[in-house]
Design a protein around this ligand. Structure first.
Ligand code: CP3
Length: 333
């Protein structure tokens, strides 16, 4: 059994496996090298050879316990024929959503468009570098994808006031999203993903009265789906205030916490395995501060099943030497 499986399935508290969100990415010179000659980000995600190579880059450098497949949550709208572009220093830009069109799409159309993602997972999961490690597949939660698909760019800190006006319309989109998210998850698992993480990066934007409808219900359905495929599922509802109710309602195998969560409080409130928490900015300081902060999390979760990770993705300006220091520190704890 892999270290991450021991934590998620056996609730082992004697080990602290580690992987890092965005571990394959811009802080690595070898990634920037490939990126420089591949200006189209989506195309790069759909190049199975390069995507698998990028996925494995951090495992060649650091003693990480998992590979997370180099892809993006916005591959899903792309697979639904919504155009997705990444503008430098701005982020994603999507074209108008056409509900009629996405409602008519069938499974084959979708799978054909995103097939290289599954091929990349296959290459990664069969590589020697991930022996006794996890291959993490992932999706965006329905709510977060809905935000991108309707807002057509990152929403910053607020949604437009008219975002919720047409509840029927929103529910129709969520319905389509659920169908294709299940297809996307199923195919990732079929090709070797043995853990699924669900990223709900914009869960924190919602007022309480909308959470049940737009976060709990659609995410619960996905979590049930993954569990039925006998694969552990970790949820990351970034920015929500009430992790306790989230866990009680959705019942994932693991919960990833963001850096605004008080680790002491969450340890008391939550019984399921916990992942993450430390502010990615700590990696921009110095080794002494990093040691102090990382040790704080390890100490607090000493008697709790805990997977070390950050409270959001590693920042592009991070020095790989700091990452190496962190991974070794966690391994030697
Ligand atoms: O290493 C890994 O974690 C796996 C790959 C991965 C990427 N995106 C690659 C990526 C994962 C798991 C994601 C998830 C993702 N994508 C989320 C959820 C997590 C989060 O950050 O909240 C979201 C919201 C997205 C959408 C997205 N993709 C945005 C907003 C951006 C632009 C901003 C940014 O961070 O650059 C991306 C681009 C993106 N996705 C890059 C990478 C490596 C950078 C691409 C580049 O080289 O320019």
């Amino acid at each position: 059994m892999t270290p991450i499986d021991k934590v998620l399935k056996k609730k082992d508290t004697t080990i602290n496996p580690i992987w890092i969100m965005r571990q394959a990415g811009r802080y690595l010179p070898e990634f920037r090298e490939i990126r420089k000659i591949n200006p189209d980000f989506i195309k790069l995600c759909l190049n199975e050879k390069l995507a698998s190579e990028i996925t494995l880059q951090p495992l060649k450098r650091f003693k990480l316990d998992a590979a997370i497949i180099f892809s993006d949550i916005l591959i899903l709208p792309y697979g639904l024929n919504q155009e997705v572009k990444f503008k430098k220093d701005f982020g994603p830009l999507l074209s108008d959503l056409n509900l009629d069109e996405i409602s008519k799409l069938n499974e084959n159309d979708f799978v054909k468009k995103v097939l290289p993602v599954y091929k990349a997972i296959n290459l990664v999961s069969s590589n020697k570098l991930v022996e006794n490690k996890n291959t993490i597949g992932f999706v965006g939660a329905p709510w977060t994808l809905l935000v991108y698909m309707l807002n057509k760019q990152s929403p910053k800190k607020k949604l437009k006031n008219n975002f919720f006006v047409d509840n029927v319309y929103i529910n129709k989109i969520l319905y389509v999203l659920e169908k294709f998210l299940k297809i996307h998850i199923k195919n990732q698992i079929k090709n070797g993903a043995n853990t699924i993480q669900i990223f709900d990066s914009w869960a924190g934007l919602l007022e309480n009265k909308y959470i049940a409808n737009y976060v709990y219900e659609p995410t619960f359905n996905l979590v049930e789906f993954v569990k039925n495929l006998k694969v552990p599922v970790i949820c990351f509802p970034r920015g929500i205030k009430d992790y306790k109710t989230y866990c009680k309602t959705i019942k994932p195998d693991g919960i990833c916490i963001d850096y605004e969560v008080d680790p002491l409080l969450i340890r008391k409130e939550i019984q399921i395995p916990i992942q993450g928490g430390m502010d990615p900015k700590v990696l921009l300081t110095d080794k002494e501060t990093l040691k102090k902060e990382a040790t704080k999390y390890l100490d607090i979760f000493k008697d709790h099943p805990y997977i070390f990770n950050l409270g959001h993705g590693v920042l592009p300006q991070t020095d790989p030497i700091m990452m190496e220091y962190l991974v070794n520190l966690v391994k030697d704890y």
